[in-house]
Design a protein around this ligand. Structure first.
Ligand code: COA
Length: 672
């Protein structure tokens, strides 16, 4: 079978919400695309929407080509006339190496299409379906090449959502999974593999458990809609409340998906409120009313959900059924732990993986909560999964036990208002922790960050500091709301204070690693540039967008960026305000390493642990020689190097290093 490099032309069938978005993604990635649907009007509409979306991406600086150049790669094709597939559709398929189907969710329609495509397409072609609720295996059964049929489930809207679930049908070959996985990567997406064709795959199964629990909490009269949503947003840190999300996406959308899952044997007791809303046609934002009220149909105003409202809601109950589902997926070998966590973070915007929630809350607490839920309701689905029960028996209770779904080094966590300090000796993590605001750098956050750095600098048991962000951003920059109505002099003082923080990091006596987990923009990038080493997740986007707000970078961006990427590239980035993906930042030397999102934490930790074994004073001397030396002439720099070199010979660590070398053992450096 040919590899992904042999795929030149892709046929996207169905130009609705998902189809047109998928066509857009494929065209951006450089593929020739046939976009097929049943009428010229639908296709015209779809092309208009694609053009609109591309121009938005272009405005945000996220495209490398012109909108016209990308549009020119998409060719519309009418695929049905009088109930028959057209000749031009047959020709388009015969010229395509890959098909992605996104037509309505009806098995008969899909089977008919797949049978036709099987006959029309070249032998090497892979046939993928974007279904969210139908079995891949049954769709594949309509073809003579079930080994080349696969699920490729995108999330809405495809150009913005990074996740793609790749689903293996009963007969799908390893090759097909591999090529589809590679294709998703070429699309700039983050694929996860669903190894068994289970209803709802990963994301919808976990989402169903979570939404159903939120809904039952209200239906049982234990809390109000606003109270539950407040707990979801502020205690769990999700980007939207459960009901808010249902309204936003459309209650009907969830109703259909969950009903289809139920019909395929997914065991759940559906909460009646969804059905009621569905039957009353109160579908959310699009009808002007759902769980919340909107000013007019289709007009979105974010519901007001106060933070205090959720204080008495038990967030453990809200998430325990989702953890139970994750355990089921894991035990049944449907997906790996890494992929499950990645799926909820990238598909649902959760600030961390399901397993991270479980390990933090405690697996025993989750099991206890599920048992109580079962006792209260009698619902079978609350029976704790055997995997969870086994974990409790084996003492794998989570962070507090040092092991749960994951293994932990002993940690001590200090929670401030805007940051989290995690002491994992000899490493300290500082987590920028305003995920709902993309970790925008408020004056308070800058202050807390500065104080945390000072405190950690004093500690001998901390050798390396890692700074990272929670949720989908490292930091989206200075908190723009803090700029409202400030005077020029106040702005200058803000800039200078922020600069002082970046200097603190450059002068810092210990290495500072920046782990860029997502958006790293404006002040976020300036903060990152002051660190010693930057590791980025593949999903990170970097840029200095200040120009779009009428000002310029004010925390060293105009100085450090040119020193790292060169003058003209720095000017290009600052003048255009464009965002670049981590892969491009790597080419520019703006980041030092790029890793998949689920590996960022462990890669940063591995590097930090490696540095923690080195002699601390020599690390400091090396950092200073490089940082100061770069800003002076070479003679002063060399002199500094020579004297630092000399001074190190007064340390115990040099004696230790040399003795250990001569006696062939591993040195133990103490920083003395
Ligand atoms: N300051 C204050 N709040 C910010 C922020 C910033 N720099 N960046 C993001 N936020 C807030 C948003 O206002 C929003 O808050 P809300 O939910 O209360 O409305 C929340 O973070 C989520 O951001 P949102 O814009 O809804 O997410 P998105 O995925 O649509 O877009 C970005 C992501 C990064 C493209 C977009 O947030 C952005 O352009 N941010 C500003 C970047 C910038 O200009 N930084 C330089 C500042 S000097």
């Amino acid at each position: 079978m040919p590899g992904v490099e042999d795929i030149k032309r892709i046929a996207v069938v169905g130009a609705g919400t998902m189809g047109h978005g998928i066509a857009e993604v494929a065209a951006i990635a450089g593929f020739e695309v046939y976009l097929a649907d049943i009428s010229e009007e639908i296709l015209r509409n779809a092309l208009e929407k694609i053009r609109w979306s591309l121009s938005k991406l272009s405005e945000k600086g996220q495209l490398r080509e012109s909108v016209d150049a990308i549009m020119a790669r998409i060719k519309p094709v009418v695929n049905l006339r009088d109930g028959e597939y057209t000749e031009e559709f047959r020709r388009a398929l015969s010229e395509s190496d890959f098909m992605i189907e996104a037509i309505p969710e009806r098995l008969d329609l899909k089977q008919k299409l797949f049978a036709f495509a099987d006959e029309a397409m070249p032998e090497h072609a892979i046939l993928a379906t974007n279904t969210s609720s139908l079995p891949i295996t049954e769709i594949a059964a309509a073809t003579k090449r079930p080994e080349k049929v696969v699920g490729m489930h995108f999330f809405n809207p495809p150009p913005l959502m990074p996740l793609v679930e790749i689903i293996r049908g009963a007969k799908t070959s390893d090759e097909t999974v591999r090529v589809t996985f590679e294709l998703a990567k070429r699309f700039g997406k983050q694929p996860v593999v669903v190894k068994k064709d289970v209803p709802g795959f990963i994301v919808n199964r976990i989402l169903a458990r979570f939404l159903n629990e939120a809904c039952w909490t209200v239906a049982r009269g234990q809390a109000s809609i606003v109270e539950v949503d407040s707990a979801v947003r502020y205690k769990l840190g999700f980007p939207m409340g459960a009901f808010e999300l249902a309204d936003y996406s459309g209650i009907d959308v969830f109703y259909y998906v969950f009903t289809a899952m139920l019909e395929r044997g997914f065991k759940i007791t559906p909460c009646p409120l969804f059905k009621e809303k569905f039957e009353r046609k109160e579908l959310g934002m699009k009808t002007g009313k759902g769980f919340y009220q909107y000013p007019a149909p289709g007009k979105y105003v974010r519901p007001s959900i106060p933070k205090e409202a959720g204080e008495k809601v038990d967030h453990v109950r809200l998430i325990a059924p989702a953890v139970n589902e994750a355990a089921w997926l894991l035990r049944n070998e449907v997906a790996t732990l890494e992929d499950i966590d990645k799926a909820v973070m990238l598909g649902l915007g959760w600030p961390k993986g399901v397993s991270d929630f479980a390990d933090e809350i405690g697996v025993d607490v989750i099991v206890e909560t599920l048992r109580k839920l079962k006792e209260e309701t009698g619902f079978e689905e609350y029976e704790p999964d055997p995997l969870l029960v086994k974990m409790v028996e084996e003492g794998r209770l989570g962070r507090k036990a040092g092991k749960g779904f994951k293994e932990y080094r002993p940690v001590e966590e200090i929670k401030k208002e805007t940051i989290l300090i995690r002491l994992e000796k000899p490493i300290a993590w500082i987590v920028l922790n305003r995920p709902n605001k993309l970790n925008a750098l408020s004056p308070k956050l800058l202050r807390e960050l500065g104080e945390a750095l000072d405190e950690l600098e004093e500690r001998d048991d901390v050798r390396v500091v890692i700074i990272t962000g929670s949720g989908r951003a490292f930091s989206a920059g200075a908190d723009v709301t803090a700029f409202a109505g400030i005077t020029p002099i106040q702005a200058a003082v803000f800039s200078r204070r922020f600069q002082e923080l970046t200097l603190k990091i450059e002068y810092y006596t210990k290495p500072v690693i920046m782990a860029l987990n997502g958006y790293t923009l404006g002040g976020g990038l300036e903060l990152a540039m002051s660190g010693d080493i930057r590791i980025a997740s593949e999903t990170a986007m970097l840029g200095q967008p200040e120009i779009n707000l009428g000002f310029i970078p004010g925390a060293g961006g105009t100085q450090r960026l040119p020193r790292i990427v060169g003058r003209s590239k720095a000017k290009e980035l600052i003048f255009t305000g464009d965002m670049i993906p981590a892969s491009e930042a790597l080419k520019l030397g703006l980041v030092d390493k790029v890793v998949p999102p689920e590996r960022l934490e462990q890669e940063a930790r591995a590097l930090a642990l490696k540095l923690a074994e080195k002699p601390p004073l020599a690390l400091m001397a090396a950092k200073y020689a490089v940082n100061y030396g770069m800003e002076t002439n070479i003679w002063a720099g060399l002199a500094l190097e020579a004297f630092e070199f000399g001074i190190l010979f007064s340390t115990e660590d040099v004696a230790e290093g040399v003795t250990a070398f001569l006696t062939k053992r591993k040195p133990k450096f103490k920083g003395r």
